[in-house]
Design a protein around this ligand. Structure first.
Ligand SMILES: [Mn+2]
Length: 334
């Protein structure tokens, strides 16, 4: 049920042992929110553990606090009284971490996805928040937590990554204000940006150039899409982790409003990312294929399908959605 941040604070205050759960295929915001939540709870004398189903991508591991996050197997015997999920819009997003909930709803869910369904006892979600890490920061402020440089840095990670390093439309004044406070507390933004943005491997670059070869631009240059097949990934010794920045590059093409990247990984599973630049709500396309997300960034995933078949279906739908907007003059002209 949708509640206020004060309800969340009261529940946390009465907790003794907390389990914080993030989502599958963790991104910077998820990792940041789980680790920050664990650290602030420990600062007020709670026992707290953080859990993410999947392995954390290696390049995040030098950021303070990330090593605190555990896997499901490590927490099977962890006895907690309060569970919190962060950055997950629905229960399936936490993957096998759900086993730790023993059939119960999470006590608290914190999220900022537009497509959130409210799956906890106390739900706090609001898509006006740029990142789940912004919600966590507000909780920390309300709890009166004193930040040290490490805590500031792990909290800033999520705010930086979910705003595309302060350049997406969600980078509002609050984002800059909080980022400024976190930097004042000792966070090193260069440490974060270097870890997150400058870790490309040669193999990833070669795969990127192959992805570029698959690029198609249509609908008067407004719709751009490309794909990466399982075969391409294997040939370059890459996994789906290595394609994370590709979609942003597709969107960066001048005149493109909607960018789509199809990634087949593993075989017969197609993961699709959608990005828009100025006016199309791409969560609408993702929802049509069982996914979700934000207005400018969304995604979906389907199993037991071929790449070509999926591309066909999704492109047809995307053309349709784009056309709906053509009747409406865009708020920012291209
Ligand atoms: Mn997020």
């Amino acid at each position: 049920m949708l509640r206020t941040l004060d309800d969340v604070i009261n529940k946390l205050k009465s907790a003794k042992r907390v389990l914080v759960i993030g989502h599958i295929k963790p991104d910077g915001d998820d990792i940041s929110s789980v680790a920050t939540m664990v650290l602030i709870l420990r600062k007020i004398g709670k026992t707290a553990e953080g859990c993410i189903e999947d392995e954390i991508p290696w390049f995040y591991k030098n950021i303070p606090g990330v090593s605190e996050i555990k896997r499901v197997e490590q927490l099977r015997d962890y006895d907690y009284d309060t569970s919190v999920t962060v950055d997950a819009s629905e229960i399936s997003r936490i993957g096998t971490s759900v086993e730790l909930l023993n059939g119960k709803k999470p006590d608290i869910t914190l999220d900022h996805h537009k497509t959130n369904v409210g799956f906890g006892e106390i739900d706090f979600y609001d898509s006006n928040y740029a990142a789940a890490a912004v919600i966590v920061y507000e909780i920390a402020k309300k709890l009166g937590i004193k930040y040290d440089p490490s805590l500031a840095e792990i909290n800033l990670l999520g705010i930086a990554t979910d705003t595309g390093f302060f350049k997406y439309s969600n980078a509002d004044s609050k984002v800059f204000r909080y980022a400024s406070e976190l930097i004042e507390s000792g966070a090193n933004i260069q440490h974060i940006s270097s870890a997150v943005l400058e870790h490309r491997t040669i193999n990833e670059f070669k795969l990127f150039s192959e992805m570029v070869n698959t690029l198609k631009v249509e609908e008067n240059g407004k719709l751009a899409w490309a794909y990466v097949s399982a075969e391409m990934l294997k040939r370059h010794n890459c996994t789906d982790e290595d394609v994370k920045g590709f979609i942003g590059e597709v969107r960066s093409i001048y005149g493109v409003e909607v960018a789509i990247l199809f990634v087949e990984w593993p075989e017969r599973q197609v993961n699709i990312s959608f990005r828009s630049k100025n006016y199309v709500d791409v969560s609408e396309i993702a929802i049509a294929f069982g996914g979700g997300g934000h207005v400018r960034a969304s995604g979906c995933s389907q199993k037991d399908v071929g790449l070509e078949e999926m591309i066909k279906k999704v492109i047809v739908k995307s053309r349709e959605v784009l056309k709906q907007y053509e009747a409406i003059p865009p708020s920012i002209s291209l």
